[in-house]
Design a protein around this ligand. Sequence first.
Ligand code: KG4
Ligand code: ZN
Length: 396
Amino acid sequence: MRYLGHIMKILAIETSCDETGVTLLESHDDGTFEVLGNALYSQVAVHAPYGGVYPNLAKREHSVNLVPVMIECLAAAGALTPATEPVSEGGSASLKGILEREPELFVELQSFLTQHGKPQIDAIAVTHGPGLEPALWVGVNFARALSQLWNVPIVPVNHMEGHIVMPMMQRQPGETETYRLHPASYPLLALLVSGGHTELVLSREPMQYEMLGQTRDDAAGEAFDKVARMLGLPYPGGPEISRLAAQARASGTDCKYVFPRPMLYQNNFDFSFAGLKTELRKHIQSLDELTEETRMQTAWAFEDAVVDTLVHKTARAADEHGAQTVVLGGGVSANTHLRTQLKDALDARGITLLVPPPALSTDNAVMIALAGALRAAHGDYADPATLSAHGHLRLV
Ligand code: KG4
Ligand code: ZN
């Protein structure tokens, strides 16, 4: 895809799940995107004791942390400006109205405004779905408040498009964190695997999507997290299982267990991980003892089953639709075994695989800023008065 340069600065906000992210991105007229500042606060430690993300707890955490995260991002970019004139009473009342359901956020914003003025930005990009609705609303209402306060337009971003765009960006050599869109050939197939989604999406041309298949029950990341919990591993379980599986694979022995590959030979591109999870529960209950060794072997066999299923179905979808490029996105794309297995399968077919930088595989605001910059160039702005959060927002 050719990106026609459009010089602007975008402030991006991500609050769809348990990461509060803010990024300041500048698009240059040579088609590059420079990350001027980026900050991310992870709520993982807050949710870990519960073994999953609690939507209302996530909402409160975003409300309290969003302004400090924005300050960190703007400070890193050297973009904090001093306050020039106080916000009028009417202006403040209107902000309070927009943030009626996020009172902690209103207090934080008010205190920010006593010290700081408008940073030099041209637009605000915000994730408006999919995700946990109470969490999404915090970002959306914050964007609406800032849009009114600073008189800048809003670009709503679909979180899953953020996960598609991130791997499509190539980091440019040099000291600054600068990206350029990969000259990817279409049709392009995206395998999106996260805590809430497992999807195969076909893109015949830039920013146009067709859903080929999706999970009928649990998402791949959710299966990793639930099985990790059964094995007594901390949340989030994906990285933990992956670590144990890698250790086991390095031992040079054969894997002791084999689990089913769900829906592998069915003639569709859907997934299902609930049955596999039940198999795992039965298997773990059947063990005399959960030792370090059985835990490692179980993690290995489980990861093999999930990765095999994802790779096999992706390769078949790529064959059937003549994909020239495959994009791997979403938190589970951090999984090393998935990356190597998928690369082997696609190399054999002469298909290019694009993956995100490992640190930007899981949720962050850089991907929202990049997708937002592309959407802004497309003129996809929203009316701040009616912009809302959609937990089940779809790509198509
Ligand atoms: O995209 P993401 O950060 O949040 C959602 O939008 O859901 O994905 C989080 C998911 C979690 O389920 C986490 O366990 C999984 O990504 N994950 C991994 C790995 N790193 C994160 N799963 C498998 N292997 C990993 N290395
Ligand atoms: Zn995500």
